[in-house]
Design a binder for this molecule. Sequence first.
Ligand code: SF4
Length: 362
Amino acid sequence: MNELSHLTGFSRDELTSFVKGLGMPRFRADQIFRGIHERRLTSFDQMTDLPKALREQLKQSAAIQSLTVESKYVSSDGTRRFLMKTADGRPVEAVFIPTENRDTICFSSQSGCALKCDFCLTAKLGLLRSLSAGEIVEQIITVLNDVYGEGGETPHGTNLVAMGAGEPFLNFENLIKALEIMSDEQGLFIVPGRVTVSTAGIVPKINEFAKLERRPNLAISLSAANDELRDKLMPINKRWNLDELLTSAKSFEKTLKRGERFTFEYVLLGGVNDTDGHARELADLLKKYDLRRVKINLIPHNPADQLGYHPSTAEQVKRFKELLESSGVSAYVRTPRGRDIYAACGQLAAKSEPNLVQIAGV
Ligand code: SF4
């Protein structure tokens, strides 16, 4: 960003040091923090509670916005999907999913992804780079401003899911910093209980995450209950196999507070991992590791022809869920949203890359 400090990624303490460095009194830091995160302003000119000379001074050394919205797709079900670009031209995806009583924003932690999940289009991009804390926070502000107008009141609580492009635990520090900034009560005030971080299974980071005092909810993407299949679908399994992953998950479970649970995500791929045998294998696996405080989120795969997978039939999704439940496992089916706007993880960024458009045959 041309040497400009991206204040959106500054904690309140960092902002205080920054304004002191410019010779301003401390309370200006609080004004600026509220301006960015509570009022969701996108330029210093709008911060009319600051003297004009100060605004000019800020413009010389700092910026609030670094992302630009390249395209936006609005689904018939109200889902909005955003393709943004960083200042250095890297694609970033975010999705807004409205439901009756709450909003969910699915954001990206990285541009592209280094992991090579076989059913994911983002994987085709490879890792372009990790996003800064400011770029993570800015996605949320950009989405809320688009939906509710700049600084407009949000009628529902906002839930966040780190499940867009990238592996959040491979950008651990920036992710945690961004979540801390967003939990500030003088800002967006999205508390950790409203946030879910979804990992493909970076075992050392699950262990580190377990030790955090104020931590978001955890979801682990499983998608197969035997190593042979998981090696193929999620090659990260070759680094940390199911035994290591579920042993770590069991240790994590022991740190849960009363009433808390965590989630395993299971992307259902027609004929690949969705048979009755797979459902029983999954239930047996949870039993083997004595995992009780978990729920399974079944995610019907979004059709993406170029990946060679197809969604499970509605009957098989229902049957898979019932088989898990009959073994005492809580299972939920995530309603597919925004299918008409390429709503599978990574599809939007992938569509913007010319080489992948070719693969897609579009
Ligand atoms: S599913 Fe998630 S972790 Fe796997 S390649 Fe795609 S973005 Fe990366």
